[in-house]
Ligand binder design. Structure first.
Ligand code: FE2
Length: 232
């Protein structure tokens, strides 16, 4: 397996390139329009064929490059079925599996709360478990829940009942990090995440999330309609 974590500066987004080295077939998770040329260069230079561009959710802070990638490479676009996007080729249901090449399987997991249709993805390989948690679980933080039908109560259940029941060694790769951190583990998040560690009760979490008082993302009015059309 080849695995690369790529970063887009403006929105602090992580894009993940994963490929099966037997068949040289690759996927990109949460690709960003600003870095589409960089990503294509990397795919090309590694001799890979891009098969799928996959989003975790309808992003509010950046535009996905899924449509551009499909136009240039012929890859398929995949994402949460609950988004009901006609532009996607594959609409995941909970527990669907996507085969990458000969050797890799990506499992789609319904993880609502940041948005009501958000999905995360799990990749298991050689005893390692990699969780692509989108904006549901961030490193020492979590995604906001104050727009796009977000719900702090739902996010609490997602993190506690799905993520924190995964094995402690599961590596958490989020869609964003704003503090130069690359990944965490379920063990560390259960212990160290001050917004939602193992001890935090649902009422405390909801009141913290209700009082974040964040500004809307700068590009929300452009990003959401564009992403509802796969970024085109
Ligand atoms: Fe988001």
């Amino acid at each position: 397996m080849l695995f690369k974590q790529l970063f887009e500066n403006e929105s602090s987004t992580y894009t993940y390139l994963i490929s099966c080295q037997e068949k040289q077939e690759a996927i990109l998770i949460d690709p960003v329009i600003e870095t589409v040329n960089r990503d294509l260069k990397i795919v090309d230079s590694l001799g890979l064929q891009l098969k799928y561009a996959i989003d975790t959710h309808i992003h509010a802070d950046h535009i996905t490059s899924a449509a551009a990638l499909r136009e240039i490479t012929g890859c398929k676009i995949a994402g949460p079925g609950r988004d009901n996007l006609r532009c996607r080729d594959i609409n995941f249901s909970h527990n669907d599996e996507l085969i990458i090449g000969n050797t890799l399987k990506l499992k789609a997991i319904y993880t609502p709360g940041h948005t009501d249709t958000h999905f995360s993805y799990m990749l298991k390989k050689n005893g390692e478990e990699l969780l692509f948690s989108g904006d549901a679980l961030l490193i020492d933080s979590c995604g906001r829940t104050d727009f796009q039908s977000g719900s702090a109560k739902q996010l609490y259940r997602t993190i506690k009942d799905i993520f924190y029941k995964m094995s402690d060694n599961t590596k958490v790769y989020p869609a964003h990090d704003y503090n130069n951190k690359s990944y965490s583990t379920i063990f560390d998040q259960k212990r160290d995440n001050m917004l939602i560690n193992e001890e935090i009760e649902v009422g405390d979490f909801i009141s913290k999330m209700d009082n974040l008082n964040l500004d809307n993302p700068k590009k929300i009015d452009i990003s959401v309609p564009k992403n509802n059309n796969c970024g085109s």
